[in-house]
Write a protein that binds this ligand. Structure first.
Ligand code: HEM
Length: 428
């Protein structure tokens, strides 16, 4: 087996571990369950994830913190827009220790606002759009699709969706192109994220493993940062930006940059893979919609957003009440966590007409699949650009269809949703 195959096998194994962890005993299609719960009890006492044996960011350490699950779009939107009363620090409970608590997503208040303002620029839409022709399309088309094309068949998950976002994102970080390095960092990032587990016996293994993985990431990143600085050429990438920007009147040290990049690697890993994969399964299951996009490629951004609405990978996020609060007429005491079911909100009929339908021309509402408000995903424009370019490349594969020799892919999980494989055929 060559090195590339071994790396792909490792990625698939890590990916499946995450999917299994976030699937628990939930049905692979949770939407009928959400519809019923939203109707009966949209502000539900208890934690929907824990109830399904899935680690929950509302209480990663299973401390017994009181948790309420919110299922309606309007309630979730309201919580996300009010970071003063609904704080994020609990998100760092599970794996913050493995990354020295350097997690933007778990920061609150002024600390969050200042960091975010300092770091935002290379992730802005205008910056990312410049990368489409210089970086993203060459990676997608030349490094992946051109090589897959003659075979007329592929497992899109293993051969494309898992490796391409890492390859593009790591190039934008400014890392050297080295497959072992990419494979190791991607694997460690997953081990850090996989630390929280509902089974205490499993957690006894995953928590120490996440500490080692976090340290390995740092030990690998620091010399990369140091070598980059030593070369003295500041390129238009994230490392180049981090070396020049000032935060509270000071430049970042190499150690701070390594810790920051490590945090980004956790967030930038598989989310793009899974969103692309969920989009492809939905489009292949709805050939009329796939044809609609094929005939009018201006619809690509809509197809990406609509498939991310209808089946988001980030199924839930969490906050904690900083004071006694009220949601949907119910009192939520200070210190209670709220688990926000984005997957349920995205199919709320009060917000989306005919919510189960994949409908590209539906009136858009603010999309919650990247979160919303001040913590809204910082990598959103990178992820969108990657998925749009990838879909464009898919549309160039004539007569793309599921391969009937394999079982129909099932998107599963209540969080980090995704299919295990996407076997397809096209006319080579
Ligand atoms: C389709 C792919 C992606 C999805 C679905 C996604 C989803 C999310 C969600 C739901 C949040 C909000 C968490 C919360 O409010 O508690 C978030 C935050 C974040 N994401 Fe993403 N993400 C994606 C890709 C990326 C990429 C590629 C990067 C990095 C380059 C990234 C970096 C971040 C960071 C740094 C935050 C924290 C922002 C803050 O707290 O201010 N994400 N993401």
């Amino acid at each position: 087996m060559n090195k590339n195959e071994a790396m792909l096998d490792q990625m698939v194994a890590d990916y499946s571990l995450v999917t299994n962890g976030y699937s628990g005993k939930a049905p692979s299609n949770p939407y009928p369950m959400f519809a019923e719960m939203r109707g009966k009890c949209p502000v539900m006492h208890g934690d929907l994830l824990i109830q399904n044996n899935i680690p929950s960011m509302a209480d990663y350490m299973m401390s017994g913190r009181p948790v309420v699950t919110l299922l309606r779009y309007k309630d979730i939107h309201q919580v996300l827009m009010n970071p003063a009363d609904w704080q994020s620090y609990i998100v760092g409970d599970g794996f913050g220790a493995a990354v020295d608590n350097m997690l933007l997503t778990a920061m609150d208040g002024e600390e969050h606002d200042k960091f975010r303002a300092t770091l935002q620029k290379p992730f802005m839409r205008s910056e990312i759009r410049k990368l489409i022709d210089t970086l993203i399309r060459p990676v997608v088309v030349e490094e992946f699709i051109a090589k897959l094309r003659p075979a007329g068949k592929a497992d899109l998950l293993r051969e494309f969706a898992l490796p391409f976002p890492i390859r593009a994102m790591y190039a934008y970080f400014g890392f050297p192109h080295d497959e072992d390095l990419l494979g190791n960092l991607a694997s460690w990032a997953i081990q850090v994220v996989a630390a929280p587990q509902t089974d205490p016996e499993v957690a006894k293994i995953t928590i120490p493993q996440s500490m080692v993985a976090g340290q390995s990431m740092y030990d690998t990143l620091l010399p990369i940062v140091q070598a980059y600085r030593a070369r003295g050429e500041m390129r238009a990438d994230i490392l180049g930006y981090m070396m020049q920007v000032e935060h509270e009147g000071k430049r970042f040290t190499d150690a701070e940059i390594a810790a920051f990049i490590r945090m980004l690697l956790l967030a930038a890993g598989e989310t793009t893979t899974r969103s692309f994969a969920n989009m492809m399964v939905q489009l292949l299951e709805n050939p009329d919609v796939l044809d609609e996009v094929r005939q009018d490629r201006k619809l690509i951004p809509k197809a990406v957003m609509e498939t991310m609405r209808r089946d988001p990978t980030a199924g839930a996020v969490a906050r904690v009440a900083a004071r006694d609060m009220e949601v949907g007429g119910q009192v939520i005491p200070k210190g209670t966590a709220v688990l926000l079911s984005i997957a349920s909100a995205n199919r709320d009929p009060e917000t989306y007409e005919d919510p189960d339908r994949l409908w590209l021309k539906r009136p858009m509402r603010p999309l919650l699949s990247f979160g919303f408000g001040p913590h809204m995903c910082m990598g959103m424009h990178m992820a969108l650009a990657e998925i749009e370019v990838a879909l464009d490349a898919m549309l160039d594969l004539p007569n793309l269809r599921f391969d009937p020799a394999y079982p129909h892919p099932q998107i599963r999980g209540l969080n980090m949703r995704g299919p295990d494989a996407i076997h397809v055929l096209w006319d080579a």
